[in-house]
Design a protein around this ligand. Structure first.
Ligand SMILES: [Zn+2]
Length: 346
């Protein structure tokens, strides 16, 4: 319990702020630059402070306020893997058997006819490649492959174990001899703080008409991927997309959607105009309604679970044969134990 309710973080300043102070305090939306947000959550699945808001003008869900880039890098270097995987053992952090996702990415690109002009697409670069597991399959298929990651351990592991051409660092530090035709971001973009800067850099690096493959956790896929919103939230994710908000962000930075789904796997193509005027399709109402429905659905699952338990307990008490022995208080206490057990699970 707090010392007093006034210590709750409601964002209201106790002292009068001037324009500069207000500007510094208010982070703007990464897509539409507005500052009108609705708060959705204050913690993540690990129980860490994680203020997540939705923009009322475009519907992008984002962490706000966010840590600085330096703090995020510090976090990734020292804490992220240990927190996320729960181990310091590199063998457990970077599985030795290779990644099935590399095959999935290849097949997805194949299915959406990215390789139709096969000679043109022969050089794959992956940002946030980890130990390079996704790249292994592309190398097997004859592509030139390279990758970059901010985890020194992952890069060293991938270089030594798989003899891959991997670099430690961030995209802006990478020197390219030629322009990659395919750039992959698999579960990486949601971690990046300044997305407009990153996409501008990708626009510079990618060959003309080149392909950007983006995979991020999709808000509309939560029921399947994590069951509910809180279990899905984690401090390392700065942005949470629908295909629409991702598409808006990419359109704004000179990429057009070739294909995408809500899981989210998507293929974008670089267009010549790097900052076109776009019309934002606001996702706010739709996303909010989706999240509320998700909460109701969880409540429904909870009720079904409870009803099943009541049914099982009634069976145990042989209610039909021994009506006189029926002890509602005992049944109630068992159900309450189940509620507490269920509460712990969620
Ligand atoms: Zn916005």
């Amino acid at each position: 319990m707090l010392l007093n309710d006034k210590y709750k973080n409601d964002g209201i300043s106790l002292i009068k702020l001037n324009n500069l102070q207000r500007k510094i305090k208010k982070q703007t939306c990464t897509i539409c630059k507005n500052t009108n947000f609705q708060k959705l959550a204050e913690k993540d699945r690990y129980g860490l402070y994680n203020p997540v808001v939705i923009c009322k003008y475009c519907g992008l869900i984002q962490t706000n306020p966010r840590m600085t880039q330096d703090s995020y890098i510090e976090f990734y270097n020292n804490e992220f893997q240990k927190l996320y995987v729960g181990t310091k053992n590199p063998k457990k952090m970077f599985p030795l058997h290779g990644s099935k996702n590399g095959v999935k990415i290849y097949n997805y690109l194949l299915k959406h006819k990215v390789f139709k002009e096969s000679n043109k697409f022969n050089y794959v670069f992956e940002v946030g490649c980890g130990a390079g597991l996704n790249l292994l399959f592309f190398r097997k298929k004859g592509f030139k492959v390279q990758g970059i990651d901010i985890s020194k351990e992952a890069i060293e592991f991938g270089r030594n174990k798989f003899k891959l051409d991997l670099y430690h660092g961030v995209l802006k530090d990478m020197k390219f001899d030629a322009k990659p035709n395919i750039i992959i971001y698999s579960h990486v973009l949601e971690h990046i703080l300044d997305l407009n800067k990153e996409l501008s850099l990708i626009h510079d690096i990618l060959s003309d008409g080149g392909i950007l493959y983006i995979e991020v956790p999709g808000i509309k896929d939560i029921l399947k991927s994590h069951l509910y919103f809180l279990k899905y939230l984690q401090i390392a994710h700065v942005y949470h997309f629908t295909l629409n908000t991702l598409n808006t962000l990419l359109n704004k930075n000179g990429f057009e959607l070739v294909f995408g789904d809500e899981s989210i796997r998507s293929v974008f193509k670089k267009i010549n105009n790097r900052n076109p005027e776009i019309k934002i399709k606001n996702d706010y109402e739709e996303v909010l309604e989706f999240l509320y429905k998700l909460e109701y659905r969880i409540l429904l699952y909870y009720m079904i679970y409870m009803l099943r338990k009541i049914k099982d307990n009634l069976k145990d008490f042989k209610i039909k044969d021994n009506l006189k022995d029926f002890k509602i208080r005992e049944i109630f206490s068992i159900i309450m134990k189940d509620i507490n057990h269920y509460k712990k699970r969620i």
